[in-house]
Design a protein around this ligand. Sequence first.
Ligand code: SAM
Length: 214
Amino acid sequence: MRLRNKPWAEEFLSQHPEIVIQNPEQYKGNWQKAFGNDHPLHIEVGTGKGQFITGMALQNPDINYIGIELYTSVIVSALEKIIDSNTPPNLRLLKVNGADLEKYFQKNDVSRVYLNFSDPWPKTRHAKRRLTHEGFLKLYESILIDNGEIHFKTDNRGLFEYSLISMSEYGMLLKYVSLDLHANMPEDNIMTEYEEKFSAKGQPIYRLESQFIS
Ligand code: SAM
């Protein structure tokens, strides 16, 4: 998802260091300092316009959340949403590439990784870019606690099938799989922007929870 270039966006991000973490390397191994408490940390890679991560932070005040997004033009919308939601104290944003997570996090920093409607990269030659490729699973394992979890939602059947196989071949435990999340919607489900869009068109939403085995 890339939006029109917004020239004011970089300045707007830098005006809100209390939400958009500057120099995130400084918190590697010490994210408690960024939040002022030692609550578990859950991250979303590819947070988009931030509806999910903001809803989760409001719903679960005893968990810390970081939304990670590559594009300035997109993350500014997440920042606006957070400000409009009275800036939950347990929520931060990081404008970085998810492929570089190891620069900012170390083993045991993160308790859960959320992936929502990740870009499918359908061409086989681009498989390594899929956020559930073995290379990314290795990266998540290197920053998660033992038995840390990935929670994944998508409308894309091909990516979902690929992810089930990728996680299973990696040796992860599949704890929950739904081929139609909205047919039996969990009460605490927070919808992402893409989830709203695709479910409104009648498309099924796939969801899984998987766990690394130590
Ligand atoms: N999660 C949101 C939702 O469900 O509405 C957005 C989904 S959108 C299809 C995928 C988002 O992931 C885009 O905003 C894209 O810029 C971001 N993204 C893709 N690859 C990324 C990466 N390597 N690191 C950080 N963000 C990434």
